[in-house]
Design a protein around this ligand. Sequence first.
Ligand code: ZN
Length: 336
Amino acid sequence: MTSNKPVRAFHLRFGSHEDVEPFKNFIQKVLVPKGINQIILECNMSFKFESHPELSEGTLNKTDAKELAALCKRNGIRLIPLFQCLGHQGWGGARNSILKHYPEFDETPHIPVDAEWPEFFCPSWCPLHPDVNALAFDLMDELINAFDADAFHIGMDEVFALADDQCPRCKGKDRAELFAKAVNDMYDHLVNKRGVQMYMWGDRLIDSDETGYNNKFEADTFGTSKAVDLIPKDIIITDWHYLKHEIFPSIGIFLEKGFTVIPACWFDTESAVNFLADSQRQARELGADDRMPGMVMTTWHHWNKEEFERFASPEKLDGEMRELAETIDIISSKLI
Ligand SMILES: [Zn+2]
């Protein structure tokens, strides 16, 4: 890592020009006092891409990005844009703008748009389509430049559409090798060419049976996990687990393989505290504290003006949001 300070990272999805001012206030009035020093800003297709204006699904623009980046910099916050690569190119059978405009990139074009979980989770782009990376690199470059970012998160969680039987390029191929190829293609662009640090979610790299998570979302049951040995070890793994577990073996596994790993929690305070404590224990026992530098606090919430303002007044919070605020306070206090 670039700093010896513990990482106290806050993740949110955001892509609205109209709500930039409330977001800035939220950063200053809530995140800075809580000690947050990284923001993982999940933009996906919400940015007003100038290279591909037809793909923009939101209103966040280059000026907004520059203002947010400057505000974060002034407050000692590292701003890391997140753009979902490979998977999560839509929800259920519904395609996002990439697959709507470039249906040839769709790994599973035969899946109807009204398909729903559990029949179908969400679409992926085809990692072997010869033109898909050029588009992804254009979009990532715009985000890196707009946010003046020195790190980039490529997402890549919950990829379940891969090596489809009907994809002429991927049919019959090994899912771990395909997944690793996608990671390595992104790495080559981001790290080797752009010189930024690369983050990704860890779930597809974790063997569900080996770790006992027994959950196809937070660990792999689909055949991608062997990719963990086929990708560079200087990728920062954000390892999310939101359910209660006695132990979180993936933290130790990532550390033993040489990765830097940052556990990622959600709103549940008890789960988050246990997860952090177990991660710290494993890092200590492996002599790898420097590669387990903190925690990511994720939020899966529709942030807008009202929600940013509500969060700034703790007495107005209830339920999941109240617990999220408490979790952030507690986790931040344990990362000193
Ligand atoms: Zn394919």
